[in-house]
Design a protein. Structure first.
Length: 332
């Protein structure tokens, strides 16, 4: 049988197949091969045991979700105040994984300043993002949001307290997710999502409510690759004097030459991500991070990959057995 993993609790995997939700375990060989099995994976199962992970169309490593069509980045206009740096982090993260992103600015009922709206549109519309202004409390913009999610599997991300669960409830009140108010003292929300889970908004739209997006760091790529995540920077970077220019203080930097055309928060975010990428560069330099893959695809199926050490051990065992049989035949 074929199905999709909707949620994971401990070592129980909830697989949706048709109208049924089956609680499955993982085949022992998949455990031993340390095959990653995550929310969103399409799988083959038999007798309530997952035997095979099908190839993924898309994948996000942290937090781990698979087979998503797009990301919905939710920010609050107020309570908490809009954080452009965190917004840029989400946008860069989506671009790294080559996943389209929609930007949703929630809590419009608390007031939308014209200058803030103009800034949002000026920065992100020019970068090609679809922008939505909503209010989950007053059902403003919910129809436009539903249309943007129609027919898609969407990963939901955003800081705690921006109204992600409230938006899901507004889209489909029967879901009734738990929500919490933003603290008046810290102006920060409290995470109510504890695990990744696919939620069916209707017959053709799914959303993955996922914790952990607020902890994203770009400590997994090299500094020279960060500008690829910023279209408003990379369009000038191709004219830099040096191909490894980091656009900080280098001579002949075309980005610095056009710095007044780049929004301040975008460039500040770029510098922040470059600093995080330097951590990865030092890690690679002194420790090394290359590891052999534990899976391979054969006939469009994912199977366990036996290490070279184990393969050699098997060959040696086979040779010993063969030589023993030959010796016994000669003695006869």
């Amino acid at each position: 049988m074929r199905g999709q993993i909707y949620k994971i609790y401990s070592d129980s995997y909830f697989v949706k197949s048709g109208d049924n939700l089956i609680v499955c375990k993982i085949r022992e060989v998949l455990k031993k091969s340390k095959t990653s099995v995550i929310t969103g994976d399409f799988v083959i199962y038999e007798n309530d045991v997952i035997t095979e992970i099908l190839p993924r169309k898309s994948f996000i490593k942290r937090p781990a979700v698979a087979n998503i069509s797009q990301m919905l980045v939710v920010s609050a206009l107020k309570q908490p105040e809009l954080d452009f740096h965190q917004l840029n982090r989400y946008c860069a993260f989506a671009k790294y994984y080559k996943i389209p992103a929609i930007l949703c600015f929630n809590k419009e009922d608390l007031g939308l300043d014209d200058s803030l709206q103009n800034k949002i549109i000026d920065i992100y519309s020019n970068l090609g993002y679809k922008i939505l202004f909503t209010s989950a409390a007053q059902k403003i913009g919910i129809e436009n949001l539903a249309q943007a999610l129609s027919g898609k599997t969407t990963a939901l991300c955003g800081n705690s307290g921006v109204g992600k669960s409230s938006l899901i409830n507004a889209l489909n009140p029967s879901i009734n997710l738990r929500t919490k108010a933003v603290s008046e003292k810290s102006e920060r929300g409290t995470h109510t999502t504890r695990h990744s889970e696919i939620i069916e908004l209707n017959q053709n739209s799914k959303i993955i409510d996922t914790p952990g997006f607020s902890n994203l760091r770009f400590d997994f790529l090299l500094p020279k690759d960060v500008d690829d995540l910023f279209d408003d920077i990379s369009k000038y970077a191709k004219d830099c004097k040096y191909s490894d220019c980091l656009h900080i203080h280098e001579d002949g930097c075309a980005v610095l030459k056009h710095i007044e055309k780049i929004d301040k928060t975008r460039y500040e975010s770029y510098l922040e991500f470059v600093n995080e990428a330097f951590e990865y560069k030092e890690k690679v330099k002194y420790n090394g991070t290359k590891t052999e893959s534990r899976q391979k695809f054969r006939n469009n199926r994912q199977v366990a990959k036996i290490s070279e050490k184990k393969r050699q051990s098997s060959r040696n065992t086979f040779k010993q057995k063969l030589y023993k049989e030959l010796d016994e035949n000669e003695n006869e």
